[in-house]
Design a protein. Structure first.
Length: 526
């Protein structure tokens, strides 16, 4: 090759070398001069920008740092700008190897926190949720605290006495105005004890009286309204001619007529009468002692018809606007003519499970009255299993005469089992105030209940009387401070020695007196 050609080739190589050097200098970035190792000041941390999503762009140049100088990664401030989409690398001309030391680490990219709002908690009423503040990615979420409920707790069962409360008590003294006047006198005899329960009966002779004839209930309604915490208990017959000894076949027919709805209007009229007298919360003792044989409204001739009839009566009375009646299912204690559980009409139409419990039959101890089938314990257990309070609308002395042990035990039983109410039948032979035949039992009743208030129990079950009777003096039969007039059922006179009484069971109870046979009628001396 000639010299001219060599010189031309050399010039071309020089141009190419210069071009490569200039390219290398441009690629190496601002930190170095071309071919030099001089260090320049670090640039400030770059502020990330959000490039258009999906548009590839060249990555930001990474400053080169000598191997001996550690790089402190800059922590970016939280930003509300959404994080950039990952950049797609664009191929570029590689830099010369000697310009980037191998030991220099690169600053890792710190992801920006997400600005997506956390999910709003569910609320009862749909509404647009307020925007939630931005939280750093990975920060724990605080669970929503539910608002306290504004729904009030359910009320306790209506009619259930509060724990530790004295049973409300009273007495049946007379069906009319004389009975109302006697309530204050009996309270006075008991040292001011409050009688909260008034008890009366509707006559069962004809339908017009069962409907509550005008003027009959007014005096009791007035007594009830004098104090808010008083209770009016009303015995309501289910059929007319209720104490006329109607035979079973006729009772069966009447019960089936009642079950078919033929007598409902009489009880609607009674309900309207009570609401009109402003005593809509009266306790209705409907068809009492239905398991016996005394009354026409007895259950035995047709228990299924009786239950259907009871339900119709309750439905008719509850349909009257303004009523708030409480219905008391009250059999006799014991089996009697039919087990009283066979007559139970169902929980929907019964509010109280009561029991009439007199001291009978003769010779039966109180413990036996508790344990006998369908007795006091079965009564308490049955009511509890059905979620009902108990009551004793009628109780008192009877076949065992002046029995202080019965009186003491019955009062203690009621303090223990907390009936909603109890009312002593206070005429002979059952009573203690209007009947002078029972002085020992009368003393017990008066001692236990004297001065007793209703309200929380603060002492023992059977309280110490406020004014105890002297123990040194012989007790005298109590007498009312102002003796009432003759009771509704006249006291039974004691038969003479020559006239022994006959035990006629329910017939004697129905007649209200004992029957005797005079032996001296056939005496040889006559």
């Amino acid at each position: 090759m000639g010299p001219r050609q060599r010189r031309a080739r050399s010039r071309r190589l020089a141009v190419v070398a210069a071009t490569v050097a200039v390219s290398a200098a441009l690629v190496s970035g601002p930190g170095f001069a071309a071919g030099a190792g001089a260090v320049v000041a670090e640039p400030p941390a770059p502020t990330p920008t959000a490039p258009a999503v999906g548009t590839p762009s060249a990555p930001a140049p990474v400053p080169t740092v000598p191997a001996a100088v550690p790089t402190v990664p800059a922590v970016p401030e939280p930003s509300t700008v959404p994080p950039p989409a990952p950049a797609v690398a664009t191929p570029s001309a590689p830099a010369p190897a000697e310009t980037v030391p191998a030991a220099v680490p690169t600053v890792p990219a710190v992801p920006e926190p997400s600005t997506a709002p956390p999910p709003a908690p569910a609320v009862a009423t749909p509404s647009a949720p307020a925007p939630a503040p931005t939280a750093p990615a990975g920060a724990p979420t605080v669970p929503a605290v539910p608002e306290p409920s504004t729904v009030p707790p359910p009320d306790p069962a209506v009619g259930t006495p509060s724990p530790g409360a004295r049973p409300a008590f009273g007495a049946y003294l007379d069906y009319g105005a004389r009975g109302v006047a006697g309530m204050a006198l009996l309270s006075e005899w008991l040292g001011g004890a409050e009688l909260r329960v008034g008890h009366t009966y509707l006559p069962g002779d004809r339908w017009s009286n069962i409907e509550g004839r005008v003027g009959f209930l007014d005096v009791w309604a007035d007594w009830r309204k004098e104090k808010d915490d008083r209770m009016l208990v009303l015995n309501v017959p289910m059929l007319e001619r209720n104490e006329e000894g109607v035979p079973d076949h006729e009772v069966r027919k009447l019960l089936r007529q009642g079950a078919a709805g033929q007598f409902g209007h009489h009880f609607s009229a009674l309900a309207e009468r009570l609401v009109g007298l402003r005593v809509p919360d009266t306790v209705i003792v409907l068809g009492w002692e239905m398991n016996g044989t005394t009354y026409t409204h007895r259950c035995g001739p047709d228990p299924e018809a009786w239950k259907t009839y009871w339900n119709r009566i309750v439905s008719a009375m509850r349909a009257v606007p303004g009523q708030g009646f409480t219905f008391d299912f009250t059999p006799n204690r014991g089996r009697d003519a039919v087990p009283w559980t066979h007559c139970y009409p169902g929980d929907d139409t019964v509010d109280i499970v009561g029991m009439d419990s007199y001291d009978q039959p003769a010779g039966l101890s109180f413990d036996e009255q508790v344990r006998e089938p369908y007795g006091l314990q079965d009564h308490v257990d049955f009511a509890k299993s059905h979620g009902k309070p108990i009551s004793y609308p009628e109780w008192g002395l009877f076949r065992n005469g002046d029995n202080p042990a019965y009186m003491r035990r019955m009062l203690a039983w009621m303090d223990e089992h907390q009936p909603l109410y109890n009312t002593l039948t206070d005429y002979c032979p059952h009573g203690v105030w209007q009947c002078s035949h029972n002085p020992k039992a009368s003393e017990v009743y008066r001692a236990v209940l004297s001065g007793r208030p209703d309200g929380p129990v603060t002492g023992p079950t059977t309280p110490t009387p406020t004014t105890p009777a002297p123990t040194t003096a012989a007790p005298t039969p109590p007498t009312p401070p102002h003796p009432p007039k003759e009771p509704t059922t006249p006291p039974a006179s004691r038969p003479p020695a020559s006239c022994p009484p006959l035990d006629l069971g329910w017939i004697e109870h129905w007649l209200g007196r004992r029957i005797c046979v005079r032996l001296d009628r056939w005496s040889p001396q006559r």
